[in-house]
Design a protein around this ligand. Structure first.
Ligand code: ADP
Ligand code: MG
Length: 323
């Protein structure tokens, strides 16, 4: 590396994100010292992005920096946890200053937006790969899990799943749209996903279960069902398809993208009937974009209800080892 590891960390990473009073010791020592609030439980998540696997070769560095944090923030959102501290393990083929500056700016922006302080990491030379570990917390005993859904609970999703997968297809040249505006909107959903941290935290004490949609809505719902020991039925006509996705690929294929596309980083969650009113009040108060898409039912697996009947969901999202 042209730039020494020490100089690189000092220049681009030492002060990334928010400054927090609960960071006793941040970047610079052998370890960070952190002071979680009393009566809280720590929630820890980690995710790796590998060039050519999780993002196309040559992706904009700002998108890579944003996504490295967004995918982890989304995991914390799904637990209802408040994000606090990040560790960044960066493997770089070379220390290209402009790449680093754009990566660090975007990573710093999203970390700051969510009140996250970067407190440490590791920097190595090799094929481009970025690992972020995030630590957050929630009041003791309140974190959301995949396992709490019960028969009769309403099933909800945030945002408009499917857009990111179409955006990735556009990035890869597999989907070509005449409409530049729609193409740009869909690409942005892949390049700069919005982790739903505020929604996740508002669901504490209200949702019975939650998972983030990263590998496809249908497949991730199957995971929630397995964890909860139940089935689910999706009302296909109520799936929230964006106008851009509908216009881009037509309704039938938009439904397919919505159910099987990956990289959405939306929240999929269940609300027991006795808490619907409480939830509705949160929605009216501006919780964010959420749509009821179905119901938790007895049995197992995911049913797709259409006016002509119910079929079983069969694709199982994007599976890294199935290719
Ligand atoms: P050590 O060899 O003791 O692990 P390093 O020289 O790798 O220490 O790192 C020095 C300090 O810089 C440590 O506090 C480490 O957490 C931090 N650090 C290294 N790489 C990064 C990075 N990419 N982002 C943030 N902090 C980093
Ligand atoms: Mg050390």
């Amino acid at each position: 590396m042209a730039l020494s590891e020490f100089a690189l960390i000092a220049r681009y990473f030492a002060a990334l994100g928010s400054s927090r009073a609960d960071v006793v010791l941040g970047v610079g020592d052998d370890g960070a010292i952190l002071a979680p609030p009393r009566d809280s439980e720590l929630v820890a998540v980690v995710d790796t992005l590998v060039e050519g696997v999780h993002f196309p070769v040559g992706s904009p560095p700002a998108s890579i920096g944003h996504r490295a944090f967004a995918v982890n923030l989304s995991d914390l959102a799904a637990m209802g946890a408040e994000p606090a501290w990040a560790l960044l393990a960066l493997t770089l083929p070379d220390a290209e200053e402009q790449w680093l500056a754009e990566f660090a700016r975007a990573a710093g922006d999203i970390a700051r937006q969510h009140g996250v302080a970067l407190v440490g990491g590791d920097t190595t030379s090799g094929p481009l790969s970025i690992t972020v570990q995030l630590l957050g917390f929630a009041p003791r005993g309140t974190s959301l899990r995949r396992s709490g859904a019960a028969v009769g609970d309403g099933l909800f999703v945030s945002g408009t799943p499917g857009d990111a997968a179409a955006g990735l297809a556009i990035e890869q040249g597999k989907l070509v749209l005449a409409d530049e505006l729609h193409a740009g909107m869909l690409r942005d959903r892949f390049l700069f996903p919005t982790p739903r941290c505020a929604i996740g935290r508002e669901l504490l004490g209200i949702a019975s279960s939650c998972i983030d949609v990263s590998d496809g809505l249908g497949g991730d719902l199957e995971k929630l069902c397995v964890a909860s020991g139940c089935g689910a039925e999706i009302e296909v006509n109520s799936l929230p398809l964006s106008d851009a996705l509908r216009a881009a690929v037509g309704e039938p294929q938009a439904i397919d993208y919505c159910l099987t596309g990956g990289d959405d980083y939306e929240l999929l969650f269940t609300i027991p009937q006795e808490r619907w009113a409480q939830f509705a009040a949160k929605v009216s108060a501006g919780l964010g974009p959420v749509t009821r898409i179905g119901t938790i039912v007895q049995g197992s697996g995911v049913g797709l209800a259409r006016p002509r009947g119910v079929t079983q969901f069969s694709h199982s999202g994007f599976d890294h080892f199935a290719h």
